[in-house]
Design a protein around this ligand. Sequence first.
Ligand code: ARG
Length: 466
Amino acid sequence: MKNKNLWGSRFEKEMDTLVAEFNASIGFDIEFFRQDIRGSIAHVTMLAAQNIVTEKERDLIISGLENIRDRIENGELTFTYKSEDIHMAVEGELIKNIGDVGRKLHTARSRNDQAVTDTKLFLKDKSEEIYELLREFEYNILNKAEENIDRIMPGFTHFQHAQPVTIGFHLMSYFQQFRRDMERLKDYYKRLDYNSLGACALAGTTLSIDRHLTAELLNFSNVTENAMDTVSDRDYVMEFVSFAAMCMVHLSRFSEEFIIWNSQEFAFLDIDDSYCTGSSIMPQKKNPDIAELIRGKAGRAIGNLMTILTVVKGTPMSFNKDFQEDKEVVFDTVRTVRDSVEIFSNMLKHSHFRYDNIERQMDKGFLNATDVAESLVQQGIPFRTAHELVGVLVKYCENNGLKLEEIKQEDLSNIDHRLKNIELKDLDNYSCIMRRNSFGGTSPVEVQRQINAGREFLETEFAMNC
Ligand code: ARG
């Protein structure tokens, strides 16, 4: 099969079919056809304002582009690898439809600056969408935390019972992680929001373009300073994927807890049926597939981060075709993080904690041991000594099948003379929780403060483009 060469007079031979397919990006960069056409409309509007094309030519080109956009949108127009990429595909179709005037569109621009502009427009749109999904997710966490503000559960370190906490407190720890993800995304957006169009191939142009006007038309807040940098770096991809990888790691840990809590051994949580699947052979099964999938998809985001860092690391200035590899990284990462946030958010909303089962676990593992040590401190004993004494008490309890609060007052001084005149009281889980009211602690009063601060953040924090 012959592949007509797109590069005109310079070439004598056709491209080999396998090479043409290998070289093409239209199979995936079709995903930002809207951004590509938006960029072209802004570009030709600027060219007309600068008297590089006439107003009539501008209008013909714009309506031609709008027609192409509508036909792609409703599925009438598709492309094959022969069009190479979205930029060539749209321009080729334009010239086919409106004739020679279409040949003026590619004045004072290159696919190098176009590809960057399309990606930035796409990432701006998607970052705004993901930011809003994170905001909704955070509201769901806050509401669940508030519902469970005084519901007790064991807190773990090293996956061993450590101290009593509340479910609300545990959930609010995730709120903080996703809040920082939101802040990271918003901060990244500031660096993303630079117009790249008009950098051309690598060194700008001899024609009198107005890149600030293009920026205004495309709703970019700034214009990139250096054309070579503009077409060469992909840090706006690396930084987005790094945000996404971190956010996915947070989601993966939350998913892991859902999976553990939903197990028969724990039975702390009932994941809603609509987020589980069955087994094709075991009729009794209800598996937490969606949480597992999200945990698995974190691997994808991390892999994408490695991909883009590695693709760029050995490339000299300025543009290199290696950079075409950034597209699938972008599309895949956007889809992964966007869907995972939305789905986990809804899964959380529809899942229920199983308080009776959780409470049954509260007797295990001497969750109140630190409280005993701290109460000894309040009775004048240095903490190191208190730590040692409580160790002795825990051993005593283990040997005698007791809980700390069951040790008889009169036995204390027999266990260790330093415990003479010491009183053990208020060691039930609820009292332990109520006392932990240091800033950031688990007491309901303190968690309410955290929830209020979180709600204020969500209500006053505007989207990144405001
Ligand atoms: N499809 C290319 C990309 O995604 C567009 C830029 C190609 N430029 C070039 N000079 N070959 O990066």
